[in-house]
Ligand binder design. Structure first.
Ligand code: UTP
Length: 273
């Protein structure tokens, strides 16, 4: 029922836009990235959204709260319709927040979210990976798979071999079309060392034993506590599945991906809801 949103990162690839504004609040057309993510989580039944925030991220907290002044000002006018989507989100989910005081990596951000999750499986959604699918959303697809396998699941996609250094990369045994049991995971390998071109993207379902593993995980690539390293341990101890999701994914943490997503959403979704 719960999903962690690590939103504490600096978003350096988007400077200077992200100097005082969280990258998760950058809009794809007229909706901030993080709201797309929250809508995907709600669709998957994850109605408790646990935000791991940091300094300078208050606008995310404010976005998922009522703005009384705004409500009062436009109530009863033709402009009210523009608040429909966010009102829908606020009706369906609760938002809990914790601050990550030091940016020690994605693994550390998730460990910081432990107090909001407790001892149950949970989703993780990185909102700078925008995933769109006209049918069932990616987190829903993964939740369905979790019900079958009862172990951690990472979403993967094939990437060009020369881009493996941007991702966590897996190797594993193919169980059926698009589903792998993970044997190995490497964070940001050089193309020559990459065990495959199957890259992990920002959607996960994790079993809660990951917290103990993260506590023991030493800093890895970039001096950060890497979720991929903890997942590698989990894969060795038990089971981690990788799932080639159905849908389209945009890397909105990079300028080209952000522009591509903006054009795609404008052409295919804007004004059609
Ligand atoms: P990224 O490395 O893609 O995000 O982390 P970043 O650091 O914000 O962006 P760049 O690379 O400097 O442009 C993946 C996700 O993990 C979160 C980020 O907010 C992002 O959603 N994150 C990362 C944290 O919450 N805490 C961290 O310490 C690191």
């Amino acid at each position: 029922n719960k999903c962690v949103f690590p939103v504490a990162g600096y978003g350096t690839r988007f400077l200077p836009a992200t100097k005082s504004m969280p990258k998760e609040m950058l809009p794809i057309v007229n909706k901030p990235l993080v709201q797309y993510g929250v809508e995907e989580a709600i669709e998957a039944g994850m109605t408790t959204c646990a935000m791991v925030t940091g300094r300078g991220k208050r606008s995310i907290t404010d976005h998922f709260d009522i703005s009384y002044e705004l409500e009062h000002q436009i109530s009863g006018t033709s402009k009210e319709i523009h608040l429909d989507s966010i009102r829908g989100v606020l009706d369906k989910a609760v938002f809990t927040m914790v601050r990550q005081r030091e940016m020690k990596g994605l693994g550390h951000a998730i460990l910081t979210g432990e107090s909001l999750i407790g001892n149950e499986p949970f989703g993780v959604l990185l909102s700078d990976d925008l995933c769109l699918h006209d049918g069932v959303g990616v987190l829903s697809q993964m939740a369905e798979l979790y019900r079958q396998f009862r172990c951690s699941i990472v979403a993967i996609q094939e990437v060009p071999q020369d881009e493996t250094h941007k991702y966590g990369v897996i190797a594993g045994e193919s169980l059926k079309e698009g589903i792998y049991r993970v044997d190995e995971m490497v964070e940001k390998p050089d193309p020559a060392d990459a065990p495959s071109n199957l890259a992990i993207i920002g959607r996960y379902i994790l079993t809660p034993d990951i917290f103990d593993i993260l506590r023991e995980t030493e800093p890895g690539a970039n001096g950060e506590i890497q979720l991929t390293d903890a997942l590698q341990t989990q894969a060795r101890q038990g089971c981690v599945m990788a799932y080639k999701f159905k849908g389209k994914r945009f890397d909105c943490g990079s300028v080209p991906g952000f522009v591509e997503a903006t054009n795609f959403v404008y052409e295919n979704y804007y004004g059609k809801e």
